[in-house]
Design a protein around this ligand. Sequence first.
Ligand code: ADP
Ligand code: MG
Length: 700
Amino acid sequence: MSRTPGPGLADQPVSSLKGVGPGLRDRLAKLGIASVQDLLFHLPLRYQDRTRITPIGRVRPGQDVMVEGELLSAEVEFGRRRSLLCRLRDDSGMIGLRFYYFSAAQRKRLQPGTRLRCYGEVRPGKTGPEIYHPEYRDTAEQPPVEDHLTPIYPATEGLQQTRLRALMEQALERLDSGNTLQEWLPELFRPPGLPVSLAEAVQYVHRPPVDARIELLELGEHPSQQRLAFEELLAHRLSMRRIREQARQFSAPALPATGTLTRQLLNSLPFPLTGAQQRVLRDISTDLSEPVPGLRLLQGDVGSGKTVVAALAALQAAENDHQAVIMAPTELLAEQHFITFSEWLAPLGIHVGWLSGRVKGRRRDEQLALISSGTARVVVGTHALFQDEVHFHRLGLVIIDEQHRFGVHQRLALREKGAGPDGSSKTLPHQLVMTATPIPRTLAMSAYADLEVSVIDELPPGRTPVNTVVISSDRRDQVIERIREACRNGSQVYWVCTLIEESEALQCQAAEATAALLAEQLPELRIGLVHGRMKAADKTSVMDHFKQGAFQLLVATTVIEVGVDVPNASVMIIENPERLGLAQLHQLRGRVGRGSRASHCLLLYQTPLSRAGRERLMIMRDSNDGFHIAEQDLRLRGPGQVLGTRQTGLMDFRVADLQRDQALLSLTLPVADRLLKEYPEHVTPLIQRWLGERELYGNV
Ligand code: ADP
Ligand code: MG
C-alpha cells in the first residue's frame, strides 16, 4: 500500500481536538497526554460488554451486566447503613439497585414508572440479585447500545470515562482518515506471530468489536495488545540502556569510605544493622568510591530499614566533603525523613537542609543559601529540590526514596546537579533509588538487566508480625467493638476506604460518609479524615494530628499508603480489600506493626467473595513477606481479575506485564541492540511515545 503518509499524530496537540480548552488540556497533561498520539497511547485498563441487554431473569451474581426495565419502587432503607433501594423490572424478572450514597435530586429523579438502562456488577442481595451503585440512564435519553466493547481508561480527577471515550473517538477518527502513527520498528524487528500494524493494534484495543474475545483481552494476550506490549517493553529497555550509557560518559567524585562519620552514627544507633543492611551498604559504598557515577536500585520490603542505609550512604559522601540529597515523593514522607535525619546527623555536626514546595519566602532563601554554600551537607526534601534555583555546592550523592508509587527506572536518569563550583559539567553525582516494590527476584533480574540492584531481604529482628484477619462486612459491628477496645487501651487505628471504580471523587465521598457513620457509632472517639481531594497542607495537618495522638481513629483513602510512620497505630481496617492488588494491601498493612504493641490488620471484605478473591486475601492473612506476596499475586492473576499492573504496584506499564510477557521481554534484548546500532534516530521518538512525560520527569 503506498498511501502517502498523512500528518503525524505526534505533532498534533490535544487542544486541536474539538472541545479541548485550557482546563481540559491541563487535566490531560496530568495524565501525560499532550499530543493526539499520547491520547491514543492512553490504553484501556479493562473492558465492559455493553453491546447487549441481558434479561433480568438471567443475570447471575458476579456478572457485569446491562439491564433495562421499569422502576417499580424507590425506597430508603434504614439498616445498619442507610441506603436507597430501587426495584427494576422487565418481562423476565426483577432486580434491586442499591445506593449507599445518593443526593436528594437523584432520589427525586428515580420515580416509579421511569424506564432505566443500568450497568453494573450483580451481587446476591437479601431478596434477590442487586446491583450496588449501577451506572444508569433514563431510556428517554435513548442511550445507544454499543457496537463494540467499552474500554475503561485510567482516569484522573475531573475527567470522566465518558469524556475520555468521546475524545478517543475523535483521535481514532483522525487515525482512520489518514493521519499517521509513525512506525519506529522496522518490520523485520517485530516478533513473529504479531503481524498487526501499529495503527491496527491501536484501533483494536480502543474499540474491540462485539465478537472480540474478551477473555483474551482481559488477560492482555490478544495479538494487538501483545504487539503494543512488545513495543512498550522495548521502549523501557532502550530508556534504561540510554540512562546507563549516558552515565558512562561522565565521571563522578570518588568518595571512598573513611568511616569517620559513619562509625559515629553506627555507634549511636540503638540497634546493630542486620546482615542484609550491611551487605547492601557494602555495595553502595563500593559504588561511591569509584570515579564513575553509581546507579543502583535498592529494594527492600516495608520496614526493612532502608532509611538508615540512606543515612549511612549520605554520611560517606559527607566524609569526603561532598553533599548528599535525599528526595521523597510526598511532603509527608520528606518531612519524616527530615526529622529522622536531623536526629541522627545533627549530633555529628552535620547540618541537614530542608526544602519542599511549602518552604517559601525568607525561609526558602535561607535554605537555598545553606545549600549553595555547602553548609547543609545533607539536604532532605521533595522534588522541589530539582528546581533550577537550587544550586549545590558540591553534590556527590542523590538518593531517591521512591516507595512503590512510581515507575522506578525512569527516575534513574541522571541529574545535572553535580556540576562542580568551577562549572565543570562532566561530573555527575552517584545515584541510589530506594523502592519498597517487591519485584520478584527472577523478574527484577530480567527487567533491570541494565541496572545494579541490591536487595534487603531480611527484616530487623524482634518485629511482631502483623496479625491479619479476613472478616466479612456482615460482621462490621464486631469490628466497631474491636476499634472501641483498641482505643480504650491507648492504641490508634486506621480505617482505609478503597477505590470505587476509577473515580477518586466517589472514593472521597465514600470516605466522608464512612467517617460520618463511624462518628455516630463511636461517639467517644476523636476521628480524623484524610483523602486525596484535600489540599496538601490540610492533609499534612490531619496526619500531624494523628501522629501526635489528637485523633484516635483516622479514616483515610489509600493516600496513606505512601509511608506514614505512626508507631502507636496498631490496628488497621481495610474496607473492601478485594478491590486492591496484593502489593498495595501489603504496603498499606506496613503502616501498622511499627511499634512494640501487637498489631492487627482486619480485611473487611464485601460478601460474596469470588474464589480467587478469597484465595488472595488468604495469602495476605498467611504471609507478611512482600516478596512472597508479590510472587503469589503474579501466580494467581488470571482470567476475570481486573488487575492492571498499576494496581499491583509493580512497574508502571500501560499494556505490558512483566510476568505475563516474559517471553516478549527477552525478545526485546536483541532488538534493542540492533535498533541502537542500525536506527539510532528511532530510539528517542520510541521512548518518548511510551514513557513520554515520565521520562522527561526523570530529567527535571
Ligand atoms: P523502610 O525500609 O520501610 O523505609 P525504615 O527505614 O522506616 O523502613 O525502618 C523501619 C523501622 O525499623 C525504623 O523505626 C528503623 O529505625 C528501624 N530499624 C531499621 N534498621 C533496624 C535494625 N537493624 N534493627 C532494628 N530496627 C531497625
Ligand atoms: Mg521508607
